[in-house]
Design a protein around this ligand. Structure first.
Ligand SMILES: [Zn+2]
Ligand SMILES: [Zn+2]
Length: 376
């Protein structure tokens, strides 16, 4: 697995995010982790990192929930000694100086802002006395809600960002739009309900594209169908430690007709997922990748065969959402990961060679139209 980001925050020497490879060469004075997905934790469990952390007494900052996930995954005291879970909101962190490079101690205000991507995911806003740097991590925000992110505004105006490190997973003309997740889940639950009502032996095999990030779906199924999602013992161990956050899962197979499926296709048996297989399964596949050229008027679920329902569920921003986010903040510098942020022709009047010339004033009227287009 490749890292999606090289890790280095250029504006604050010694600060590394979501990349723990080559720890000896990095010369870090603090690490940050936005969420626990494999392309963001490369090197995290390496002996080399552990060695560097211990020798220099370096901390890995993340959210409280991600700290719990790391602990659950590896249960390694040696690394946990260096992991510090932060609360959402701001924390003042002091970074030790790097005398060999003539870099003094530095106080950084780090603000954690929910990234809407997966359980425990966060954005990091690094503020020094002179600069604001936003690292989005993998993220999906509802653009309607953007003005209510209080840490990203001063007196209702977007804050000035000196640099924006932004998730560009779907910065691709094939992924111009994604439906809202709540809308996809509504339609999915409608289909699931119909299928379950047909026969009491019918059951649902829920397949997700990543390990964490679908907790909202489990909770919504439980809320609307009064049926929890059965998960295997590995997942149960963690979810049962945060019951308030994920009430929609259970380890009691017999109590439900929905299970989290280990299969990749609708044609495999469920003997690896459940002890007692039922007669007839609907394989519900949640993903964004295969939903190329999604149009707003298109349905966000598709019954591709009697045994399979595909659901468009994006835990990353669509191309249009990424561009809107960038324009909204109009930062001085943009670093996209895993894809380079390229400027489209349409924006040449605003931007020049990848560097934003000046802050763009958002026209409220234009906003409303764009938002209407995107969400209604
Ligand atoms: Zn991710
Ligand atoms: Zn299964």
């Amino acid at each position: 697995m490749k890292s999606s980001f090289h890790g280095k925050i250029d504006e604050i020497p010694g600060v590394y995010v979501d990349n723990f490879e080559n720890a000896e060469q990095q010369g870090a004075r603090a690490y940050f982790l936005s969420h626990y997905h494999s392309d963001h934790i490369q090197g995290l469990h390496s002996a080399q990192l552990l060695d560097v952390l211990s020798k220099k007494n370096i901390t890995i900052y993340t959210t409280e929930l991600t700290a719990a996930i790391i602990n659950d995954d590896k249960n390694d005291e040696r690394i946990m000694k260096h992991v510090r879970g932060l609360k959402m909101g701001s924390t003042l962190i002091s970074l030790p100086g790097m005398p060999e490079e003539n870099i003094p101690d530095l106080c950084v205000n780090v603000t954690l802002i929910p990234a809407g991507h997966s359980a425990g995911s966060t954005m990091f806003l690094f503020s020094t006395t002179t600069q604001n740097i936003l690292f989005t991590g993998d993220f999906r925000v509802n653009l309607n809600d953007l003005p209510s992110y209080k840490h990203l505004h001063v007196k209702d105006e977007p804050i000035k960002l000196d640099a924006l490190y932004i998730d560009t997973t779907f910065l691709d003309s094939n992924y111009e739009n994604f439906p809202k997740r709540s809308e996809s889940v509504e339609k999915m639950i409608f289909e699931i309900r119909m299928f379950l009502d047909l026969d009491e032996n019918n059951a649902i095999a829920l397949h997700t594209s990543a390990k964490y990030g679908y907790e909202f779906v489990f909770n919504e199924i439980y809320k609307q169908l009064h049926m929890k999602v059965f998960v295997g013992s590995d997942r149960w161990r963690f979810y049962s430690s945060i019951p308030n956050l994920v009430p929609g899962v259970t380890d009691k197979e017999k109590s439900t007709r929905v299970h989290l499926c280990r299969n990749r296709s609708e044609n495999s048996s469920h003997s690896a997922c459940v002890e007692k297989c039922r007669n007839n399964y609907l394989f519900v596949h949640l993903s964004a990748m295969k939903w190329l050229n999604y149009k707003e008027d298109k349905c966000s679920v598709a019954r591709v065969s009697p045994k399979r329902l595909d659901v468009c569920f994006a835990t990353h921003c669509s191309k249009r959402e990424i561009e809107y986010f960038v324009n909204y903040f109009a930062p001085d510098k943009i670093i996209g990961f895993p894809n380079k942020y390229k400027w489209t022709r349409k924006r040449n009047d605003l931007f020049d060679g990848g560097i934003v010339k000046k802050k763009v004033k958002i026209d409220k009227k234009v906003d409303a139209t764009l938002l209407k287009l995107m969400f209604e």
